[in-house]
Design a protein around this ligand. Sequence first.
Ligand code: TEU
Ligand code: CA
Length: 541
Amino acid sequence: MGDWWKDRVAYQIYPRSFQDSNGDGIGDIPGIISRLDYLKALGAGIIWLSPVYRSPNEDNGYDISDYKDINPEFGTMDDMKALINEAAKRDIRIIMDLVINHTSTSHSWFQQSRDKNSPYRNYYFWRPGRENGPPNNWTSFFAEDCWEFDKKSGEYYLHLFAKGQPDLDYHNPAVIEEIKDIMRFWLDMGIAGFRCDVINIIWKSSLEDGRKKLALTGSEHYISQEGMHEILRKLRLDVLDGYDCFTVGETVFVTTRTANDLCAVERRELDMVFSFEHMETDQFFVKWFPRKFNPGRFCKTIARWQQALEWNANYFENHDQPRSISRFGNEGEYHGASAKMLGALLLTLRGTPFIYQGQEIGMTNYKFKKMEQIKDVESHNLWKKAKVMHIPKWYRWKMILRGCRDHARTPVQWDSSEFGGFSKHMPWLAPNGNYTYINVETQRNDNDSILNFYKQMILLRTSDDVIKYGSFEPVVISKRLFVYKRKLDGRTMTIALNFSGRLVKFYCAGNLLISNYARETYDGRLKPYEAIVFDEDGKAL
Ligand code: TEU
Ligand code: CA
């Protein structure tokens, strides 16, 4: 068997924004199938498919109303089977999003649970209020109360995310059985694993009031509790161990210590996690308060995680995060160089790399001008909440531009035709105007493009064991420079990255293997946003 998921590069698809096939402005499964050759040529070996299940889309599919059905906007179950099949033909394995902290309020379990005498009542947290208020003082991830009163029930239900996303109660063994059944359903269909949504908050150890905080009051009662570890072990033992699959957990506020508890091979819980610390180095406290990007802080955090974990998932982008080039690179003058430099970093770290759709062509943040252009429920809640808090409008807007998830959700830019080749119709979310020059078609034909650099780096990554399995050793971490070595069986590679628009001196005796600039020799100075992989043994690739 072997850990095939360590050998491959993963690519995340956010179906709504990937490729529309039928001209309704919404990406769909046939659209994904039509782009599998593209993904194969890129070198992707795993696809993480964001939710395609039935959903009323209050949170774009992360509010599931039927776990065993496909959202008709995306296609049919036959389309899904065809996707798994077509991907397999190309040796690409698909993992799906397992969103089990909550369902949608439209899920039949929830609808039935509204009746006090229903066997589904204890699938969720239904509680009476206190003194005309909610059962406790917790607040939600989406900048609102996390208890909603339901007239029919006469009680409140808990929702740590949007109102339409009621939390499941894992104290009820029937809930765990339901989840196992759902997992088997998809694994039997040929799915190769799961990305487990906010998996470290599924166990609420108490519903007591929390310590008052600026955000997420109550979180000490549900973040990374022991009960969560126990559930993961059950899912692993009873379901996952019977399949050739892997799991990656999305773990909020996770520390290296908890991450190790979750991923340590002998504990049999998850295979890797998405951590957040490096993604929080350009914010104060929560993501809505921008802090100037500091490469040293960012790279130190990455290095610490690299050294603390045996293996982990690496990423700089996903459907919840602004575009990495706009945050950590330079989307203007050094668009090409900085996008490639970040790609070189992602693909030469130890762990499984996850590329988010569009990252491989350097897609940038959207220049939103007003709230009406934004669809995301989280941004709209934040906007309202910040207004109630009397935060001035200009700062509120700054918060939105920093944290808005729609930056990453604009349609993939395939070519320079209208709507960027994503659809024949106006997409559900407007495409970024720069599709006329930042697009797949243009870059495919340009040897020097970001896309072709990604291909080259993915090839290096998947063919060279030092980059794949070597140890990680930091050499220099400064405000401009990040240098580290990867070592395996007496061989060494050195990776040097310039995080600035200036020339930076760095001496290396190794042979230049790859640079994101066209150059044959190295003169001891890294060009602006240059990334170089040196082979210390002088062997050519
Ligand atoms: O995200 C969980 C999460 O905590 C955040 O990254 C979240 O998106 C937010 O920005 C916090 O400020 C996962 C999914 O990735 C996200 O798309 C869902 O909305 C969320 O869970 C609920 O299912
Ligand atoms: Ca469509």
